[in-house]
Design a protein around this ligand. Structure first.
Ligand SMILES: Nc1ncnc2c1ncn2[C@@H]1O[C@H](COP(=O)(O)OP(=O)(O)OP(=O)(O)O)[C@@H](O)[C@H]1O
Ligand SMILES: [Mg+2]
Length: 396
C-alpha cells in the first residue's frame, strides 16, 4: 500500500479480508480525490456506510478536506457527531459538518443557464422557447427576477410585438412553476464560501426536492464549483474557491445517466476536474445506468456485493484493472465487504470496511422494533393497545 494508516493524505477504509490479524487497507487521499472514486454495489451492501467512513477519514486531522455531499436520502447528517469525538481534533484543528436542508438551498434565478431555465418550465411550444431564449439573452446581464421576466413579456404582448397566446403561455408557466419553486429564488443564492471550506463537510439534504429539482441543483452547483475552481487556478476574476473540493454524489445513476440534466457537467468534471482539483465520488446501486464514459473516469473503484449480471457486465467493461476471477467473487461478498481496485491501491484487494466512528444515518429499518416503539408511544398518549397484540410484541 502506498500510504500508512494515519499518515498525512491517507484514508483508512478497512482491513484486508480473511486475515487473522488486522492489516489496514489504506488509500492514497490525493489519488482518490483527484482521480475520482466509484462505490458500486447492489442495494443494502454497505455503500453509504463506507462513504461515511471515507468522509470521516477525510475530516481527520491528517486530511482536513473540503467535502460536499449530495444526500438524496438524508443519511449523512449523523456525521455531525465528528464534532464531539476527540480523535477528530488536533491542536487548533477541529472539523465541522454543516447540514443544509430545503430552506437553505437556493439557486438564484438569474444565475441559471438558459437550458436549466427551460427545464423548469414544462411543455413550451417552439415559439415560447424562442421568445424565452431572446429575453433571457437580453436580460442575462442583469439580475432578473420572475417578475421582471413577466413584466418584459407583458410589454412585448401589449406592444403587439409578441402573440398573446405565446406571452400568456409563458407568463402562466413562470407564475405556476418558477414562482412556486422553493429551489429557485429571485435573490438568494447558496454561498460557496459558506459551503466549501477545508476541514468541513457540507451535507446538502435533497430529500424534499423533486427529481427534476435535484438534477437541476446538481447541475447548477457543479457548474459553479468547477467555474470557481478554474477562476482560482487561472487567476480569473469572479467567484473563486481557492482549494480542492471533493464531492460525494449518492444515487449517481440518476445524475450521471445520459438523459439526466446533470450529465453534461458531470462528464466534463470527470474528464477534466483533475486539472482543477475537483474530485467526485459516485455511489450507485445501478452502475449499468451510469454512462460508461463517466464511470471509466473513476480511477479508484470500490465494488461490493453485486448479483445482477447486467451490472457485473458493466463493471467488467469499465474497470479494466479487475480480472474475471475478481468479478466472480462479487456475488459471494457479504455486507461491508468490498473489492478495492485502481490507482489508490497497488493491486486489487479484498477488504472488510472498518467500523464507523459516527453512527450511520441510513440504518436498515428494524420493522418489529419500530412498530413496538410506535405502539408504546400510542399507549403513553392514552391510546389503548389490544391485550392480545401485546402478547405478540412482548417477546423481545
Ligand atoms: N461495514 C459495515 N459494518 C456494519 N454494518 C454495516 C456495514 N455496512 C453496512 N452496514 C449496515 O447495513 C445496512 C445497509 O447499509 P447501507 O445503508 O450502507 O447500504 P447501501 O449499499 O448504501 O444501500 P442502498 O443501495 O439502499 O443505499 C445498514 O443498516 C448499515 O448499518
Ligand atoms: Mg445507500
Amino acid at each position: 500500500m502506498r500510504k500508512k494508516k494515519g499518515e498525512v493524505g491517507s484514508i483508512h477504509a478497512g482491513f484486508i479480508l480473511n486475515r487473522e490479524e488486522d492489516i489496514p487497507v489504506v488509500l492514497d487521499t490525493s489519488l482518490v480525490v483527484s482521480e475520482h472514486l466509484a462505490i458500486l454495489a447492489g442495494t443494502g451492501s454497505g455503500k453509504s456506510y463506507l462513504a461515511g467512513v471515507i468522509v470521516e477519514e477525510l475530516l481527520k486531522p491528517y486530511n482536513r478536506a473540503c467535502v460536499l455531499v449530495f444526500d438524496p436520502h438524508g443519511e449523512y447528517h449523523t456525521l455531525r457527531e465528528v464534532e464531539g469525538i476527540q480523535e477528530f481534533g488536533e491542536n487548533n484543528y477541529k472539523p465541522s459538518v454543516r447540514i443544509f436542508s430545503r430552506d437553505d438551498i437556493k439557486l438564484r434565478l438569474s444565475e441559471l443557464e438558459y437550458d436549466e431555465l427551460v427545464n423548469l418550465l414544462p411543455n413550451l411550444s417552439e415559439k415560447m422557447e424562442a421568445t424565452l431564449n431572446s429575453i433571457y439573452r437580453e436580460m442575462s446581464e442583469e439580475h432578473f427576477t420572475a417578475d421582471s421576466l413577466i413584466e418584459r413579456l407583458e410589454e412585448l404582448r401589449d406592444s403587439e410585438s409578441l402573440a398573446e397566446s405565446t406571452a400568456n403561455g409563458l407568463i402562466w408557466r413562470i407564475r405556476r412553476y418558477l414562482k412556486d419553486m422553493d429551489l429557485v429564488d429571485d435573490y438568494r443564492h447558496i454561498d460557496l464560501k459558506t459551503l466549501l471550506k477545508p476541514g468541513q463537510a457540507s451535507i446538502l439534504q435533497l430529500t424534499e426536492f423533486s427529481d427534476l429539482e435535484q438534477e437541476i441543483l446538481v447541475s447548477a452547483m457543479m457548474k459553479r464549483i468547477l467555474k470557481a475552481r478554474i477562476n482560482a487556478e487561472k487567476g480569473n476574476p469572479g467567484e473563486r474557491v481557492d482549494y480542492p473540493v471533493f464531492v460525494v454524489i449518492e444515487e449517481a445513476h440518476r445524475f450521471a445517466s445520459r438523459d439526466s440534466r446533470s450529465y453534461d457537467v458531470l462528464r466534463t468534471i470527470l474528464s477534466e476536474g483533475r486539472k482543477f482539483g475537483l474530485g467526485v465520488c459516485l455511489i450507485s446501486q445501478r452502475p449499468s445506468k451510469i454512462d460508461s464514459d463517466i464511470l471509466s473516469q473513476c480511477m479508484t473503484q470500490i465494488i461490493m456485493r453485486i448479483v445482477n449480471p447486467a451490472d457485473q457486465e458493466n463493471i467488467k467493461k469499465s474497470v479494466e484493472s479487475i480480472g474475471k476471477e475478481m468479478i466472480d467473487e462479487l456475488p459471494g461478498l457479504t455486507k461491508g465487504q468490498a473489492l478495492v481496485a485502481g490507482v489508490a491501491v497497488n493491486t486489487p484487494i479484498l477488504m472488510r470496511v472498518r467500523k464507523r466512528l459516527t453512527s450511520h444515518g441510513g440504518m436498515s429499518k428494524n420493522a418489529p422494533a419500530e412498530w413496538r416503539r410506535w405502539t408504546e408511544k400510542s399507549e403513553s398518549k392514552g391510546i389503548a393497545v389490544k391485550k392480545d397484540m401485546r402478547l405478540f410484541w412482548d417477546e423481545d
